[in-house]
Design a binder for this molecule. Structure first.
Ligand code: ATP
Length: 287
């Protein structure tokens, strides 16, 4: 039977203008191409876990505007349960305004909009799950409430992204903290003060699992043709939580997450590049 994963997190629409030089402050540039994609770390990680085989329930907030349905489109298309997503009246859906230069450099402005409305009540209303996964793009109170509800009954994981000040209790009580190198530097030793696992991702250098500051296992990155690393971190988070919730051992779970994340870098974009289970199994078998 599929494991059930709850995600409390952000849902955005990414509005991307690419192909024109990045504007300087006060400057207008023309000639860009426009595209829009569903995004937000919460939605991306929910979809990652779903594509890899979990039943996923998403809790979050969108606005009552025309951007809400496009932001939810891929979650709906893949049968993520979005019945816990609230449509907030008079509030805009969260957007990320992304400019990408011809050289691939980007500038991103996030307007979190309805994501700021995710409440403790929304988080507590999550049904019983094998694991709950949060990030820090929604109010910290909602994350703490999700933790209080989940730690006694299943795996509670937080991707500490973006790095912001959080209550010590979150770092001490979570079963799994997931960080990249920038976030690890921000939290420092406090990251290793708790009882849980800490997963540190190192981009093309792979990933490491620690417990109480001691390395448990390390996984090299899979050797793949890199197209666009967007979505690698979110895939890693969804995949690691899924694998641990399935009862995979720590080494196998880390390898599974690394394989899934490697596949995400072989395709452009975030949600469209999230891999399916079969592709991960094939890469794992190849080694
Ligand atoms: P993002 O760019 O999505 O925000 P992040 O900074 O959160 O990513 P990274 O450490 O860059 O996270 O990558 C997460 C995982 O993705 C790595 O631990 C690794 O397993 C995989 N990965 C990233 N880059 C590559 C790569 N070039 N080749 C293979 N695997 C990769």
């Amino acid at each position: 039977m599929a494991v059930k994963i709850g995600v409390v997190g952000s849902i955005n629409l990414d509005l991307v203008a690419s192909g024109a030089p990045l504007p300087a402050p006060g400057e207008t540039v023309t000639g860009a191409r426009f595209a829009q994609h569903p995004g937000g770390k919460g939605a991306n990680q929910a979809l990652a876990a779903r594509r890899l085989g979990a039943d996923v329930v998403m809790v979050g907030c969108v606005g009552d505007d025309t951007l809400a349905e496009p932001a939810l489109a891929m979650l709906r298309a893949e049968a993520v349960d979005v019945s816990g997503v609230m449509f907030e009246v008079g509030v805009p859906t969260g957007v990320a305004l992304i400019a990408v230069s011809p050289e691939g450099e980007n500038q991103i402005t996030v307007a979190s909009g309805a994501n700021a409305q995710v409440s403790e009540r929304d988080a507590i209303n999550l049904p019983m799950c094998d694991a709950v996964l949060c990030q820090l793009e929604v109010p910290i109170q909602a994350v703490i409430a999700a933790m209080a509800a989940e730690v006694e009954r299943g795996l509670f994981a937080v991707n500490l992204a973006p790095a912001i000040e959080v209550p010590d209790s979150l770092l001490r009580l979570a079963d799994l903290l997931i960080v990249n190198e920038i976030e690890a530097a921000f939290y420092g030793d406090a990251l290793h003060a708790g009882k849980g696992l800490v997963a540190l991702t190192l981009g093309g250098e792979g990933a490491v699992l620690y417990r109480a500051g001691v390395e448990v296992v390390r996984a090299d990155a899979f050797d793949v043709a890199v197209v666009d690393t967007t979505g690698a971190g979110d895939t890693f988070c969804g995949a690691l939580v899924l694998a641990l919730a399935e009862g995979q051992g720590e080494a196998d779970a880390l390898r599974f997450a690394s394989a899934a994340a490697a596949l995400a870098v072989t395709k452009p974009g975030a949600q469209p590049s999230l891999p399916r289970r079969e592709a991960v199994e094939i890469l794992l078998a190849k080694g």
